[in-house]
Design a protein around this ligand. Structure first.
Ligand code: SPV
Ligand code: MN
Length: 652
């Protein structure tokens, strides 16, 4: 269970203002005339109390209420330059922001859920009891904005009017954070009051970078108070730690879906995109992947881009699963973004016309950004995430310093993309028929497969395994990555899993709109399939073919081979799609490498999942039933055909 509004609301406790009249008095004293008149547009006493107490706690010199007007956006851009959080680049509208050298990803070791006494928090996360968090935040955030301007922004996470959107406040002394929020979320100053009334809640985010010094990083903290849906972030700047409209509020959205959504809502770490099929029909896909595993690439491979990171799903009255993107921009990893794989994104990055905040890439002497894997000639020197850089430079362990950090990013508005969907702002969301789950898996699963039933599909999500990537500071090795959402599931994994089973098996979903739940894997290597090189078996553009096959499968236009793990494509169908979608030959030998089941690997993977989930309390028994059923099927196949089972040997 999640206990809402239990205990003290920390910012109110520290700020000390408990009545509306006192809050208005503080605002009148602290804000200039213009900003005070702006804040009066917001009438919700709860919102006013949060803002007034954030001011009382952080003690900024000035407060700017951001209405999202063009003039206000410009004020924020200018403030980011004045604060030296960003620098202008020669390309119009482009700036560069650097995070501290040791804060180039989410600082999970310093990230905590604030818990009430006895409350269950995900076994994968840190928690701190409310009283301790109160003392810590009081010590670290009192007066943290002295000498600074606090910017207050009112946003919608999701289109205005959507049933699953969440209003959220971003209160920060960092103009970079505020600038990023303006690009990634919908400024809803004029709708905020009405949306808070309509939905009955809002999220609050309070951040300050403090003096932004490396020596303060050990004191950096990210706190999520689930009871009061308020985040606190201090002494850090990386957007994943500071722009808590993103992952901080995603966590609250997950809580809301799991504990209040009545198995009718999900909040997922998923892209949303539309695939065009025969006759111009569009089939909508949402897909999960851990950070840094090709989620943006998959989203871009679609013909109608809606989002690349987060999705809110619900079942409407007609029995259709609908999805909206809480965001309206991209905070995308740039490593390996190049003209061949990502032409739409490259156009925005390399051609003038789009506002871009670059972070942690290399800027050469001419002010041009460079990054690893861009397919271009790298410069010999410049400035990057760790300071001055030149070719051949090594770090203290003798390792070459890459030109850009693997988690270097670009921030831009989605509407500039050539494949941006005109449905992206539709409060009704898009009719979702395909759900995918993927990870960075070099040796086990095929490129694409479809769960036999919705329960099998839920198990695909539960069993994502992935190599660690750079988005979390200090992460290494191969990890389980349940639904690619585990870092953002605040409560017990069992509660979340239970809702997944119920949602996808819901009787409310109309027959004609039954989704397919699938696995995707782009990372199989030649080496793992009998070859000698570590090269991947496929190419980035093959993604379009896997998606096209799923599009046909969801519309019941292709048959498939039944295996213990689910349905896999037939060779002839793929061969045909390779030809018509990307004009590429698809040799049978490659198909056999990609789609033969390496039963020992899969069985080992199942055993790993059983052992790990076996330690988790209160998990749905259905998970273990399915894993056992798949294991028995694979064992039987292995007995009959040996450890490597070719597609042609299955489904007979
Ligand atoms: C991710 O790491 O999944 C991201 C970036 O999308 S962050 O804001 O760090 O979460
Ligand atoms: Mn993400």
């Amino acid at each position: 269970m999640l206990e809402r509004e239990k205990g003290t609301d920390i910012v109110i406790e520290i700020g000390g203002i408990t009545i509306y009249a006192a809050a208005m008095q503080l605002l009148e004293n602290k804000l200039d005339k213009e900003n005070f008149s702006r804040i009066q547009k917001i009438t919700s006493p709860e919102v006013i109390l949060k803002i007034a107490n954030a001011i009382a706690m952080c003690q900024p010199d000035t407060v700017f209420i951001n209405t999202g007007s063009e003039a206000d956006k410009q004020y924020i851009r200018d403030l980011a330059l004045k604060n030296r959080e960003e620098e202008k680049l020669p390309m119009q509208g482009h700036t560069i922001h650097y995070d501290l050298k040791d804060e180039q990803g989410r600082i999970i070791d310093r990230t905590f859920y604030i818990a009430n006494e006895g409350e269950t928090v995900s076994s994968l996360a840190n928690k701190m009891l409310r009283a301790d968090a109160l003392a810590d935040i009081r010590g670290k955030m009192t007066g943290i904005m002295r000498g600074k301007t606090m910017v207050v922004g009112c946003y919608m996470r999701g289109p205005v009017g959507a049933p699953v959107s969440n209003p959220a406040l971003e209160i920060t002394s960092s103009a970079y954070v505020s600038h990023s929020a303006e690009i990634l979320y919908r400024n809803a100053y004029s709708n905020f009051d009405a949306e808070v009334k309509r939905l009955g809640h809002f999220f609050t985010n309070i951040h300050s970078e403090g003096l932004n010094r490396p020596e303060d990083l050990p004191n950096a903290r990210v706190f999520m108070d689930r009871s009061f849906r308020t985040t606190y972030s201090m002494y850090c700047t990386y957007a994943g730690n500071t722009l808590l409209l993103k992952k901080g509020n995603h966590r609250f959205a997950v809580d809301k879906a799991v504990y209040e959504g009545k198995a009718n809502e999900l909040a997922e770490h998923m892209f949303i995109t539309g695939i065009e099929g025969p006759g111009g029909r569009i089939t909508w896909v949402t897909g999960a992947a851990p950070s840094g595993c090709g989620k943006t690439t998959t989203a871009m491979a679609g013909d109608h881009f809606v989002g690349d990171d987060l999705a809110q799903l619900w079942i409407d009255e007609q029995g259709i699963i609908r999805s909206v993107n809480p965001e309206c921009g991209i905070f995308g990893i740039v490593q390996d973004v190049n003209w061949e794989g990502d032409p739409h994104l490259m156009t925005l990055l390399r051609k003038p016309g789009t506002e871009v905040i670059w972070s942690n890439v290399l800027i050469d002497e001419n002010g041009i950004p460079h990054w690893t894997g861009n397919g271009e000639e790298p410069p010999l020197k410049g400035k990057n995430f760790q300071g001055k850089w030149e070719k051949g430079m090594t770090d203290k362990n003798g390792k070459p310093v890459p030109i850009s950090h693997p988690n270097a990013r670009c921030t831009l508005a989605s509407k500039a993309l050539a494949n941006y969907s005109d449905r992206a702002e539709d409060p009704k969301g898009v009719e979702t028929r395909i759900i995918t789950y993927s990870g960075r898996d070099s040796d086990t699963m095929p490129p694409v497969w479809v769960g036999k039933t919705s329960d099998h599909g839920v198990v695909i999500g539960a069993c994502i395994v992935s190599a660690a990537t750079a988005t979390e500071v200090g992460a290494k090795g191969v990890k389980r990555a349940p639904w690619a959402n585990a870092p953002f599931i605040p409560g017990a994994l069992g509660d979340y899993m239970d809702v997944q089973f119920k949602f996808f098996a819901s009787k409310k979903i109309a027959q004609a709109y039954q989704p397919i739940l699938c696995g995707l894997n782009y990372f199989l290597t030649d080496e793992a399939r009998g070859g000698t090189s570590k090269k991947l078996l496929g190419e980035k553009r093959d993604v379009k073919v896997w998606l096209a096959w799923l599009e046909r499968r969801a519309n019941k236009e292709v048959d498939a081979i039944e295996t213990p793990i689910g349905y896999i494509p037939k060779y002839e169908d793929l061969k045909n799609l390779f030809k018509i979608i990307i004009s590429k030959e698809y040799p049978k030998g490659l198909y056999e490498k990609q789609f033969s089941l390496y039963t020992d690997n899969i069985i080992a993977r199942i055993d790993l999942q059983k052992a790990a989930y076996g330690k988790e309390p209160n998990l749905p028994a259905r998970l273990f039933e399915i894993l056992d059923e798949q294991r028995a099927g694979l064992t039987a196949l292995k007995e009959k055909y040996g450890p490597i089972v070719k597609p042609g040997e299955m489904g007979k």
